[in-house]
Design a protein around this ligand. Structure first.
Ligand SMILES: [Zn+2]
Length: 497
């Protein structure tokens, strides 16, 4: 396989979607319009320097002198099940552009791992099977995933190298992209013969961060220890994504060795056994909105960050739940103490635009997208600012350097609380959405936002305290509440074992 003077060429492709199948009833399936699609070199222009997998592919290629052939990349904010026609269209574009790029020496893929389309419960396994059929069994393929992927046997067998990110917030996607280039090159040169084995756990996935002291960090430490064993190339685990009614929304350990299937299986078993023995440590401890607001206002120092986990658009929810905002308003804080980002309600943004900055409008805000979002907030709102909703994540936060466009936005003052309203659903990663609207969060006592854990990369350094908040919602932490028609049983903690 060595190429002499000829440069090694790798095709780059991706389709990234985290699917909350439970959101489908509230919002309808996710249409093609929800996806940002890029072709050829425009992918490189969009991803160069970003802290994600494709940004890492680009950096890895630059360091090793590899030529990248960009084909197709589609990604959307997490949301409901992908429309069948949208998925078919994207799959066809992905396969068609890879076919047009051939011959190449290998393929780099950026996938999520928890994508579900109508009629396809495992879109990554489906895509990898189709790519394999296109390029044949000998083409080396490396895939970088989000650790919230629901790993399957079809995904394992379709890819030579399976590299989920290891950190949550996912600040290491770029690093994993660079590793993918390195390992794929060594495979192409015949220096490695990667063999991957997995071990599924019969327990529901819980969203647990990997900060110091967490149970997930302890699992990572064990994986690091096993990765140092002779012959082991890579040992990781998928945390899984619980907000999908599929057979196994569960953690899966994945281990890759240099041509040693027995060792790969042994390592995967060892980590899986450890997780199983410690499974109770994954159960969440979360407070209700009113109690969280009470604690935050009582803190001597701010800012206290309250994150609404139950409506986390990063987990595919509609982003217009009013539970935490209502608790803030009911606490009746003095003006200028609390700010909140953000409610997805384009009709209220349009109303603010029509009325104009400096006016007071009567709003019915949020609570419109399904039965779990709480009632709309009926209130008088002062229109403080209107913006284009565009910003770039700052260095240090997750997806640093990535451009966001939430549609037109406004800053409303409701009973002294500053509330950002956007035209689309999005979790908050860092202070940029606040800054865009003239809010310096360091001067606020309480900073409320929607998100589960990704925001920590952008807020931990400035927060005096962080209080996770839960209520009913499409990403509530009590994952046992969701109906499970397709789940393989038994599954802890639904079935005690
Ligand atoms: Zn994730």
């Amino acid at each position: 396989m060595t190429s002499g003077q000829r440069k090694i060429r790798l095709a780059v492709a991706g389709l990234i979607h985290e699917t909350n199948t439970y959101a489908t009833e509230s919002t309808g399936p996710t249409p093609i319009a929800a996806f940002r699609q890029g072709f050829g070199d425009e992918i490189e222009r969009a991803c160069r320097g970003t802290n994600d997998a494709v940004g890492g592919f680009i950096e890895g290629a630059a360091r090793t002198g590899v030529v990248l052939q960009f084909t197709y990349l589609a990604q959307a904010t997490p949301s409901a099940t992908i429309e069948a026609g949208a998925y078919a269209q994207m799959k066809q574009k992905l396969l068609g552009t890879i076919a047009a790029a051939l011959p190449v020496d290998g393929i780099l893929l950026a996938l999520h791992g928890a994508g579900v389309a109508e009629g396809v419960d495992d879109i990554e396994g489906d895509l990898l099977g189709a790519i394999r059929a296109l390029v044949g069994p000998d083409m080396p393929i490396a895939t970088v995933y989000d650790l919230h992927g629901n790993m399957t046997e079809a995904m394992r067998s379709g890819s030579d190298l399976t590299l989920p990110c290891k950190l949550y917030p996912h600040t290491d996607l770029r690093e994993r992209g660079m590793e993918a280039v390195d390992l794929l090159l060594r495979t192409i040169r015949g220096e490695l013969r990667p063999v991957t084995r997995i071990r599924e756990l019969p327990m529901l996935s819980y969203l647990v961060g990997t900060q110091e002291g967490t149970i997930a960090e302890q699992v990572n430490a064990l994986c690091r220890q096993l990765a140092r064993r002779e012959g082991v190339i890579e040992c990781s685990w998928f945390h899984g994504f619980p907000y999908a009614d599929i057979a196994a929304p569960c953690p899966v350990v994945v281990c890759t060795t240099d041509d040693d299937a027995v060792l790969a299986q042994e390592c995967a078993e060892e980590v899986a056994n450890w997780i199983w023995a410690h499974r109770k440590a994954f159960l969440p401890h979360i407070v209700a909105p009113s109690e969280a607001v009470r604690q935050a206002l009582a803190e001597p120092l701010g800012p206290v960050v309250l994150n609404e986990r139950s409506d986390n658009p990063g987990g595919g929810t509609p982003g217009d739940a009013t539970h935490l905002l209502r608790a803030l308003l009911e606490a009746n804080p003095p003006p200028g103490v609390c700010c909140f980002a953000l409610i997805n309600d384009s009709s209220v943004v349009q109303q603010a635009i029509r009325a104009g900055v400096g006016t007071t409008i009567e709003v019915s805000l949020g609570g419109k997208l399904g039965p779990f979002q709480g009632a709309p907030i009926e209130a008088l709102a002062y229109v403080k600012a209107i913006t284009d909703g565009r910003f770039v994540n700052r260095p240090g936060s997750m997806l640093a350097g990535m451009q966001f466009d939430l549609g037109k936005m406004c800053r409303l003052e409701i009973q002294g609380v500053d509330v950002l309203v956007a035209s689309s659903a999005q979790q908050v990663f860092d202070v940029e959405p606040f800054l865009l609207h003239g809010i310096d969060v360091t001067r606020r006592k309480v900073v409320a936002l929607k998100g589960a854990n990704h925001f920590r990369a952008g807020f931990e350094a400035l927060a005096a305290r962080i209080i996770p908040v839960d209520s009913e919602g499409l990403s509530t932490t009590d994952v046992t509440l969701f109906p499970r028609q397709r789940l393989a049983r038994p599954c802890w903690p639904l079935d005690a074992s």
